[in-house]
Design a protein around this ligand. Structure first.
Ligand SMILES: C[S@@+](CC[C@H](N)C(=O)[O-])C[C@H]1O[C@@H](n2cnc3c(N)ncnc32)[C@H](O)[C@@H]1O
Length: 387
């Protein structure tokens, strides 16, 4: 992350503007502060920390960082000049703007455009190096292939491949599949592939397959749609069969050492080691009620900055499958309060700020979708801010 260290620092008066950048206001805690910066494409914080030796570290703030690192570098450069800094260390020299890859989509895309999608959908969870996903995309140009992967380098690699191969039917998203499934309309997906998921033998709660995931998969699968799990782990195989069989009126098929049209890197390795490969295929036969489009969570009260400043202490609330952690408070007199929070599902927390000012409260830098765990967490946040 771009940052610099300076032994000279003359705090600039806010607001000020330079070119495309506006430096708007600053909020403070005991030994650090955040400056709100905006340009025509983004709003983000730069963070300032005074160290014990009198030096200042001025850096990009992680949670609010924009997709273009160049914005941060340019904002820090302008700020350094304005604050007459004498840089002892710096890594802020501007880099080339990052080219957007249009195969990778964010949650807003799913919420806005995807819900009403009419084409048949294949969904691959944890596609890794993407061999199977690319194979499905090439061979099914009439289908939409959605790939969900939490490992960013794999996601970016496969996105690049899609561009090179000019595949127009792929959508990739960096999110936890166990939560993202809540975005899909009921009975809308033809096939869900979960190939060689991490077995997590010692931490079964981290597994992709669970009773909740199975129920959600059955909800989003079309009639005769299939959830196809492929694994080399006998423990995961047993666990998946047990989990699927605990659902009512299900159709579960098991295959052993059955070759697919395409083999992944993992699969090649396990085959070389002489391991057995198991497929567990769950077919849906039920129509499920349609769900409403997932909304964004909004604060419904008019909050009082004074009260928040008086009552704030770092706090952790633990709920059933979710949590809320109020971490730090930064303020600008009694006008603006900025709370750093982490909240939501245990397996995929949102890390955001809550900004409270004369206009009310809002999440920053992005809004929050009302997944079930987020909704439960948001209720606690609202109640706590109101108390
Ligand atoms: C063992 S690799 C298998 C990759 C690929 N399916 C294959 O067969 O080669 C498991 C992949 O699942 C991804 N993964 C793990 N948990 C996930 C989750 N909750 N949502 C999406 N992807 C996940 C990991 O990042 C990893 O790339």
């Amino acid at each position: 992350m771009p940052n610099f260290v300076t032994d000279k620092f003359i705090k600039p008066l806010l607001p000020f503007s330079d070119g495309e950048y506006n430096f708007l206001w600053e909020v403070f805690s005991e030994n650090s502060s955040y400056v709100m910066v905006e340009n025509t494409s983004a709003r983000f914080f730069i963070a300032i920390k005074q160290k014990k030796d009198g030096l200042h570290v001025i850096k990009a703030e992680k949670i609010s960082r924009p997709s273009q690192v160049l914005f941060l570098q340019q904002a820090l450069e302008i700020y350094a000049k304005k604050a007459q800094c004498n840089m002892l260390f710096s890594n802020i020299s501007p880099s080339k703007p990052k080219r957007e890859n249009f195969v990778i989509k964010n949650l807003d895309f799913f919420a806005e455009n995807f819900f009403t999608n009419k084409k048949e959908i294949y969904l691959e969870v944890g596609f890794g190096s993407g061999r199977h996903l690319l194979y499905q995309a090439k061979n099914n140009p009439d289908k939409i292939i959605v790939g969900i992967e939490i490992h960013k380098p794999s996601l970016e690699q496969v996105a690049k491949q899609c561009e090179i191969l000019e595949l127009k039917n792929v959508i990739l998203v960096d999110y936890d599949s166990r939560i993202l499934m809540e975005f899909f309309q009921s009975n809308s997906v033809k096939r869900i592939f979960v190939h060689f998921p991490v077995p997590w033998d010692k931490k079964p709660h981290r597994r992709v397959i669970s009773s909740y995931f199975t129920k959600e998969a059955l909800r989003i699968l079309q009639i005769d749609g299939m959830l196809e799990v492929r694994t080399d782990s006998e423990l995961y195989f047993d666990y998946t069969v047990k989990t699927f069989m605990s659902e009512d009126s299900v159709d579960v098929k098991i295959l052993k050492n059955f070759d697919l049209e395409i083999s992944s890197k993992y699969e090649d390795r396990w085959k070389r080691l002489g391991k057995n490969i198991y497929d567990i295929v769950l077919t849906n036969h039920k129509i499920t009620e349609k769900i409403d489009k997932i909304a964004k969570l909004e604060f419904t009260f008019y909050s009082n900055v004074d009260k928040i400043i008086k009552n704030f202490t770092p706090k952790l609330f633990l709920g059933d499958g979710f949590f809320v952690h109020f971490e730090t408070l930064h303020v600008k007199s009694n006008e603006i309060a900025v709370i750093k929070t982490a909240f939501g599902a245990n397996e995929r927390a949102e890390r955001l700020f809550i900004i409270i000012d004369g206009k009310g409260a809002r999440y920053f830098p992005n809004s929050v979708y009302a997944f079930s765990a987020n909704k439960a967490a948001h209720e606690i946040i609202e109640k706590w801010l109101n108390e």
